[in-house]
Design a protein. Structure first.
Length: 265
């Protein structure tokens, strides 16, 4: 606690529950992006959602009045493909339980889409999940493929409902294999370390801004950077104050955060 927001020069920004809910921008979202760009602060929009490409996020943000270039967006799908590209042999086979955007990222990096014979099983959010996909993933892992999870979110909040997310799909595969996935997205560290490398800031002047204690805040703490919670998404102030390691800063919303940053920056 006790971090001065005026010392922050690099910001990782979670999107859902911070910049928008569903397809509606939250108050202050466009102002925050404009402020980061005006001040020439380092920033990266980080999301655990692997079902959209960077270009699709750019279009979604543009539709809500935010102009952000593709290279300022890091999805868990992009982070997973980059992580594997550093470790796997060129042309390694991957079995994907996930949507087209995730497949595209892996293909772009030179991976070959395989079946049971794959070297890796990558599981993310998949709204077209079938029993066959679960079975092939299970068989590949039982045959020795490494099990990678894009992100661990068990649920995904839609405008009115909460539906199963990537974590629920991984849980089904874990039940069938007794193997836990290596998680790339928040709060896993591989994705956040990539984000910090891309930003190039020092941990002392870098923070993550998010709406979830269990992913954004825990992930930021594990990565050794400052943490800022806004109360426009999932977690409440009561939950934040009751948890073992509360976030460094808590703001009701983005306008309150921006007012404070402008005052102290
Ligand atoms: Mg969020």
């Amino acid at each position: 606690m006790g971090v001065n927001i005026g010392s922050i020069r690099n910001l990782l920004v979670d999107m859902d529950g911070v910049l928008y809910r569903g397809h509606t921008a939250l108050p202050g979202a466009a102002d925050l992006i404009a402020y980061l760009q005006e001040r020439k602060f380092g920033y990266l929009l980080v999301t655990n959602n692997s079902t959209l490409t960077q270009a699709q996020f750019v279009a979604r943000l543009a539709g809500m009045g935010m102009s952000v270039p593709e290279d300022r967006i890091l999805t868990s799908g992009v982070a997973t493909a980059a992580y594997l590209a550093r470790r796997a042999a060129p042309g390694a086979r991957v079995y994907v339980v996930g949507e087209q955007a995730l497949v595209d990222e892996l293909v772009k990096r030179g991976f070959v889409m395989g079946g049971r014979d794959s070297d890796y099983v990558v599981a993310g959010w998949d709204k077209y999940l079938t029993y066959d996909k679960l079975a092939t993933a299970t068989l590949a892992i039982r045959d020795g493929a490494q099990f990678i999870g894009t992100n661990p979110d068990k649920t995904y909040p839609l405008e009115r409902d909460i539906v199963p997310g990537a974590g629920s799909i991984q849980a089904a595969i874990t039940a069938a294999t007794d193997v836990e996935p290596l998680i790339i997205g928040k709060p896993g560290t591989p994705g956040l370390l990539q984000a910090l490398e891309l930003l190039g800031g020092r941990p002392e002047d870098t923070a993550i801004l998010g709406d979830r204690l269990d992913t954004d805040i825990v992930g930021g703490q594990q990565a050794g950077i400052h943490t800022i919670l806004v109360l426009t998404g999932i977690s409440t102030r009561e939950e934040a104050l009751a948890c073992g390691q509360p976030p460094d800063l808590i703001y009701s919303n983005l306008p309150a955060l921006l007012a404070d940053w402008r005052d102290r920056g």
